[in-house]
Design a binder for this molecule. Structure first.
Ligand SMILES: [Mg+2]
Length: 120
């Protein structure tokens, strides 16, 4: 069953993985003669290229165009999602494990500066 994709959908990581799999599959990009072969190297390169498109927005200024920058961030994330698909990884699980690892590696600050930042 196709994953419902609407502009305001709040998808879980698993739903994003399913939606990307469906998107790529429905365009024939998994096929042997695909113009966009879903090889790990190609997807890893695409992540890097899209990350540089994010960086380009801040090359000469810190001006933020939310829709434009958001679109580039989405490109990065979607290529990450697709690389996880191709590698058979549960990206939600990988993200949870990394957050847990970071929580143990980096101690919390004593003051509540981060809370003030979130409140501003
Ligand atoms: Mg892009």
């Amino acid at each position: 069953m196709p994953t419902p994709l609407t502009r305001n959908a709040k998808l879980t990581i698993a739903q994003l993985q399913a939606a990307m799999d469906e998107f790529v599959g429905s365009r024939g990009w998994y096929g042997p003669d695909s113009e966009k072969p879903q090889e790990p190297r190609n997807l890893a390169a695409s992540i890097s290229l899209e990350a540089n498109e994010v960086l380009e927005w801040f090359q000469w200024s810190n001006r933020v165009e939310p829709d434009e920058v958001g679109g580039e961030l989405a490109d990065v994330v979607l290529y990450c999602v697709q690389l996880a698909n191709v590698l058979g990884l549960d990206l939600g699980d990988a993200l949870s494990r990394k957050l847990e690892l970071n929580n143990s590696r980096f101690p919390e600050v004593e003051d509540q500066q981060w809370q003030r930042r979130l409140a501003s």
